[in-house]
Design a binder for this molecule. Structure first.
Ligand SMILES: [Zn+2]
Length: 159
């Protein structure tokens, strides 16, 4: 699989961390090798609901190509080992998987979102089954990933 990170927006350390996380997820979930994930960073400071910590995933025209956008706040938190930032990365990767499996898709225009054949356009975020699943998976992966890469005790043992 291919992973591109917008390196204008993040430093080398964060870029490496994002690639590590995306690969960690993709290999474990056996996403097809043709999968291409592009990660970019955007300013969403005005996004009130999440206080600027925000991620968004879309499927680009061709199957297998996905754009994951994370907010600047999430990107900054990755370097600091903030759990919520890593949850966001894995939450978005679960959306990639949902698109890949055809469970989540847009019908025609982007405003028509379907989940397992049902139009969920007017379902609130909290009740949206694709979001509930993505959040659950995001939390689990963040804990596992951080236990391996960010556990201070583990780092101590390795020295
Ligand atoms: Zn989501």
């Amino acid at each position: 699989m291919k992973i591109y990170v917008d390196d204008c927006a993040v430093n080398k350390r964060v870029e490496k961390g994002i690639k590590q996380a995306v690969r960690f997820f993709a290999q474990n979930e056996r996403l097809p090798l043709i999968t291409v994930v592009v990660v970019t960073v955007a300013d969403y400071r005005k996004h009130k609901e999440t206080k600027g910590a925000f991620g968004f995933t879309s499927q680009l025209g061709k199957k297998g190509l996905y754009l994951v956008t994370i907010s600047r706040k999430v990107a900054n938190g990755l370097a600091k080992g903030h759990r919520v930032s890593w949850v966001t990365i894995f939450h978005e990767m679960q959306h990639v998987k949902q698109f890949q499996k055809g469970e989540l898709y847009y019908a025609g225009k982007k405003s028509d979102t379907f989940w397992k054949g049902v139009n969920i356009e007017h379902v609130s975020y909290r009740n949206n089954p694709s979001e509930i699943e993505a959040e659950k998976v995001g939390q689990e992966y963040a804990d596992d990933f951080m236990a391996v890469y960010y556990d201070p005790q583990l780092t101590k043992l390795r020295k």
